[in-house]
Design a protein around this ligand. Structure first.
Ligand code: FE2
Ligand code: FE2
Length: 358
């Protein structure tokens, strides 16, 4: 059963997007001088091939709404239950926030560096993310709850990340974004009767943008191999776990959304983890052991902690606060145990580029 609060106005959608919790998508800023000094010359050939793909812009005409889109919203989406509608809105708000987060970060880097390789890349990626964010926002507008993105940009809190953390986190969120979109697209391709909103039809060409964004960060990291060894492997491990765990807990707050598509949240998430882990071997020397029983139990513990925390917050008062602290401590302990579940190690392939084969 969903415990989600109803979002029925633009103001409520804006405050949801502005939320700064462990689970909500964040906005980032970084060290622009360090970005400016990046050298990608050791991957020049692959880099230039990738830049040509960006320049070719094969998705330039993709993010346009068609008359069929509008008709399908009216014919199909208008029939869904209020609970599913709410979970879908929550999904749209968190998706538009993370798309827009990429748009702002890439655009800020682009404005603040002289380095021609990085500047050009960031401009292309900001272009793509801006299209993605506006396209989702259009669907929120259909429901009368569109976001004022300029306002969100001015009013949401920014988190500072060193460039290497940006690379680990953003690489992963691009690849996991690809895996999420392609998994949904393939499922609804097999079960078109379960496609309750037309936006899912757009995910196929869309996810190729995310895949390519991930490739860009893979090349940057492979051109700077110190980022991928020694003590940095502990950071990679941390980010892998943080990204997977956040997704797992957040997705389980939307069981009906997955159910409507014919998934269980857990199966959907493990499919996404499997794809992401497979891709990330292009750059990370380790993957999480997602089939280890201790790993699975750990994620379920984090989910129980989140459920407990939400209930304690609702309860309020002194007892509520005491319980919240108790859950927070349990959450930290569960995360630490997960961190020490042994990981799978492998050699990096000589060819960096991966193929979007899912
Ligand atoms: Fe995107
Ligand atoms: Fe992206």
């Amino acid at each position: 059963m969903s415990t989600m609060e109803a979002v029925t106005t633009s103001e409520a959608a804006a405050s949801k997007a502005k939320e700064d919790t462990l689970l909500s998508p964040k906005f980032y800023t970084t060290d622009f001088d360090a970005m400016n000094r990046l050298d990608i010359s050791s991957v020049r050939v692959e880099w230039d091939a990738m830049m040509a793909e960006y320049e070719g812009d094969n998705n330039h005409d993709h993010f346009q709404r068609t008359p069929e889109f509008v008709a399908e919203v009216e014919a199909v989406f208008s029939q869904v239950s209020p609970e599913l509608r709410q979970e879908f809105i929550d999904f749209l708000i968190s998706s538009v926030t993370s798309e827009f987060s990429g748009c702002i970060l890439y655009n800020e880097i682009q404005k603040n560096v002289e380095n021609p390789d990085i500047k050009a890349l960031m401009r292309y990626m900001a272009r793509d993310e801006s299209r993605h964010a506006s396209f989702i926002n259009q669907s929120l507008k259909d429901l009368g709850i569109g976001l004022d993105l300029g306002n969100l940009k001015r009013n949401k809190a920014y988190t500072y990340f060193k460039p290497k953390y940006i690379f680990y986190a953003t690489y992963l969120s691009e690849k996991i974004g690809y895996a999420r979109y392609i998994t949904i697209f393939r499922q609804l391709e097999r079960h078109p009767d379960k496609r309750f909103h037309p936006i899912f039809k757009w995910f196929h060409r869309w996810c190729n943008d995310e895949f390519r964004h991930g490739e860009s960060f893979a090349l940057i990291m492979r051109a700077n191999p110190h980022l991928l060894r020694g003590g940095n492997v502990y950071w990679i491990r941390f980010f892998l776990l943080a990204v997977y765990a956040t997704m797992y807990v957040r997705d389980h707050t939307r069981p009906m959304l997955h159910h409507a598509m014919g998934f269980e949240s857990t199966d959907y998430d493990y499919t996404v983890f499997r794809i992401t882990s497979e891709i990330s071997k292009q750059v990370f020397p380790i993957t999480l052991d997602i089939d280890n029983a201790a790993f699975r139990a750990g994620l379920d513990k984090l989910l129980a902690v989140q459920t407990g925390l939400t209930a304690a917050k609702k309860q309020g008062g002194l007892m509520g606060r005491v319980k919240q602290v108790g859950w927070a401590v349990q959450g930290l302990a569960a995360f630490a145990r997960l961190y020490f579940v042994p990981v799978v190690r492998h050699e990096l392939p000589s060819n960096v580029r991966a193929v979007a084969a899912w």
